[in-house]
Design a protein around this ligand. Structure first.
Ligand SMILES: C[S@@+](CC[C@H](N)C(=O)[O-])C[C@H]1O[C@@H](n2cnc3c(N)ncnc32)[C@H](O)[C@@H]1O
Length: 248
């Protein structure tokens, strides 16, 4: 794909999240068209609890930068540890929801910016990425990791949460638990695993093409080690990928 084709894909991805702002939490809360029933909800909530516990044991203290902060589901969790949070997102609509939900939780600076054209003005103790890594195309990974390195103080640390590879959510865990699992398409939109693209639709039927580039822990560790990072990465039973590390 040419540079300008990637640019327009990323513009479309940003437009998708702006249009989706008011619906985003339906996915996170498993409401409406994302309601997969009580068995699924129990497992989802339990695994979110595991993510919160991991974040707590990582302890994102000090001056924290949250990239693609969205509607604030993680901003509030970060606020329990951080002295100060800078929450960056390309969608003013999602940050408005974030501001409302995070009110009174801590000192939070909101920045509306395109992360593919943004430069941090200082260095942070922690950089947190919630459900953002899988939206970065391979063609922009060098630039993405260089940005994170520039944003981190010398002893700075990174914490990453994201969707697990759909193989995990559908096949392996489905067999393990013997309950009905949503298909990868239901979970992530129509996926093209080869090209790392997905077609996502909104409640009103509008469709957008976005990047969805899943990582398994082994591949992630190999890629980031090659770039000079030291990460530990793992998956929850079905839904999520987590990693934390630092630049060596
Ligand atoms: C999957 S959501 C994750 C939101 C939040 N971190 C969470 O875990 O709930 C992805 C976020 O990336 C933002 N985004 C998409 N493209 C962006 C870009 N080019 N620059 C900055 N933010 C962008 C969207 O507005 C959206 O809030």
């Amino acid at each position: 794909m040419s540079h300008s084709e990637i640019d327009s894909l990323l513009e479309g991805q940003q437009a998708y999240y702006r249009a989706r702002a008011g619906e985003y939490d339906d996915w996170w809360e498993r409401r409406g068209r994302f309601d997969r029933g009580p068995v699924h909800r129990r497992a989802w909530v339990e695994e979110i609890g595991q993510l919160v516990a991991e974040l707590d044991s990582f302890a994102p203290t000090g001056d924290v930068l949250e990239l693609a902060a969205g509607t604030g589901n993680w901003t509030r969790q970060l606020a329990r540890h951080a002295d100060r949070i800078t929450a960056v997102d390309g969608s003013p609509e999602t940050l408005e929801i974030n501001r409302r939900k995070s009110r009174g939780t801590g000192e939070i600076d909101y920045v509306v910016a395109d992360l593919f054209n943004w430069e941090p003005s200082r260095r942070f103790d922690v950089v947190m990425l919630g459900f953002w890594l899988t939206h970065v195309p391979d063609e922009r990974l060098d630039e993405f990791w260089a940005l994170i390195e520039r944003a981190l103080a010398p002893d700075g640390r990174v914490f990453i949460l994201d969707s697990a590879h759909p193989d995990l959510a559908t096949k392996e865990a489905g067999a393990r638990y013997d309950v009905h699992y949503e298909s990868a398409a239901a979970a992530h939109g129509t996926l093209d695993g080869e090209s790392h693209r997905a077609i996502r639709s909104l409640g009103d039927g509008r469709e957008f093409q976005i990047v969805k580039r899943f990582w398994r822990p082994g591949e992630f560790i190999a890629d980031t080690t090659r770039r000079g990072w030291r990460f530990e990465a793992e998956e929850t039973d079905r839904f999520f990928f987590t990693a934390h590390g630092f630049h060596a």
